[in-house]
Design a protein around this ligand. Structure first.
Ligand code: ADP
Ligand code: F6P
Length: 341
């Protein structure tokens, strides 16, 4: 559940916090980890230090904040991290922080440790938490870190590029064996309720069918007809990319095999998609976004999310960012379909 904040309350926060001088900042990662988070942490730390701020690392997201798992950071604390997957700060999902008591405590702990500014690297849920800390007087900035690409205010989220490349490589391998055995393969990719990883892999891997939560009509007969039709046209395999938000790949495979007579296997790629050394793109975007977040705190800004939109790095009010909607591109879906003839 997202918390909507009235325009008047927002103005009050902005007036109170804008221009507030920040001396010590914290940085945490929250929600699912994503390759490139370390590059973002490193950039926050080094940019803030270069501007004369003190920096503290908070382990395990909001849970670690509530447990006061807070350590002093210097420039060397983030050495040798830019190429590493995962997050050196660890991450967590913390139910307690969804409650106002938890949020009050989080703000009080920040004050106790002298943390007057905070960078939260994560997804929409993490930003909703950041907004609550901003309401309680801690200057907070969100940085979009999720493999799912499902943050509406930004065209880019840290981790997506590495995750789709990892998934693409894995799907290429499944495709080889699928061709050798002339099978149908259903490959399930991550993305929670969003179909971006599925759509991108579907295009990059030349899938015959792509099932997106935003589009799928659950008409399995259509898939079955498609497989039979493609067999008649001489296709040696049939790759179906299924998004996690639809799921049930294993039972789908059983039903499809029974209906088509074509051997069908399901592969669920799972958490391998979240690991690995970040791509160049993830490292660079993460570095710029992390540095941008530190700059915003230095300028006394709060309740903002860093974004990449229309070819530029920009920032949005968190409330506005959380109220934006993101659509899957119709044109990309049509292109994917056209490639399957
Ligand atoms: P993501 O940040 O990737 O969207 P989650 O939705 O799991 O991941 O959120 C990460 C954490 O952010 C949650 O475990 C919780 O601690 C905090 N959070 C999520 N939603 C809220 C909310 N509405 N208010 C306060 N904190 C929240
Ligand atoms: O948000 C990233 C993500 O990997 C989603 O794609 C997926 O639905 C979820 O996290 C999995 O979470 P967990 O690691 O808790 O199983």
């Amino acid at each position: 559940m997202r918390c909507r904040v009235s325009v008047q309350v927002r103005r009050r926060i902005e007036e109170e916090l804008m221009g507030k001088e920040v001396k010590t900042i914290g940085v945490l990662t929250s929600g699912g980890d994503a390759p490139g988070m370390n590059a973002a942490i490193r950039a926050v730390v080094r940019k803030a230090l270069s501007r004369g701020l003190k920096v503290k690392g908070i382990h395990q997201g909001y849970r670690g904040l509530l447990n006061e798992e807070i350590v002093d950071f210097d420039a060397r604390s983030v050495s040798d991290t830019i190429s590493k997957g995962g997050t050196i700060l660890y991450t967590a999902r913390c139910h307690e922080f969804r409650t106002s008591e938890g949020q009050d405590e989080g703000a009080a702990i920040c004050r106790k440790h002298g943390i007057d500014g905070l960078v939260v690297i994560g997804g929409d849920g993490s930003f909703a938490g950041a907004q609550q800390l901003a309401l309680r007087g801690i200057n907070t900035i969100g940085v979009p870190g999720t493999i799912d690409l499902d943050i509406a205010c930004t065209d880019y989220t840290i981790g997506f590029d590495t995750a789709v490349n990892t998934a693409m490589d894995a799907i290429d391998k499944v495709r080889d064996t699928s061709t050798s055995h002339e099978r149908c393969s259903i490959i399930e990719v991550m993305g929670r309720n969003a179909g971006y990883i599925a759509l991108w892999c579907g295009i990059a891997n030349g899938a015959e069918d792509i099932l997106l939560p935003e589009r799928y009509n659950y008409d399995e007969q259509e898939l079955i007809n498609n497989i039979i039709h493609n067999r008649k046209r001489g296709k040696k395999h049939h790759i179906i990319i299924n998004a996690e938000g639809i799921g049930h790949s294993t039972s789908m495979a059983r039903r499809i095999e029974a209906a088509t007579g074509v051997e069908t296997r399901a592969t669920i790629l799972g958490h391998m998609q979240r690991g690995g050394s970040p791509t160049c793109r993830d490292r660079v975007y993460a570095s710029v976004m992390g540095a941008y977040a530190a700059d915003l705190l230095c300028e006394g800004k709060s309740n903002r999310v860093v974004a990449f939109r229309g070819g530029e790095y920009v920032d949005y009010d968190i409330n506005d960012a959380l109220n934006m909607q993101k659509e899957i591109s119709d044109y990309m879906v049509r292109v994917a379909k056209a490639m399957t003839i």
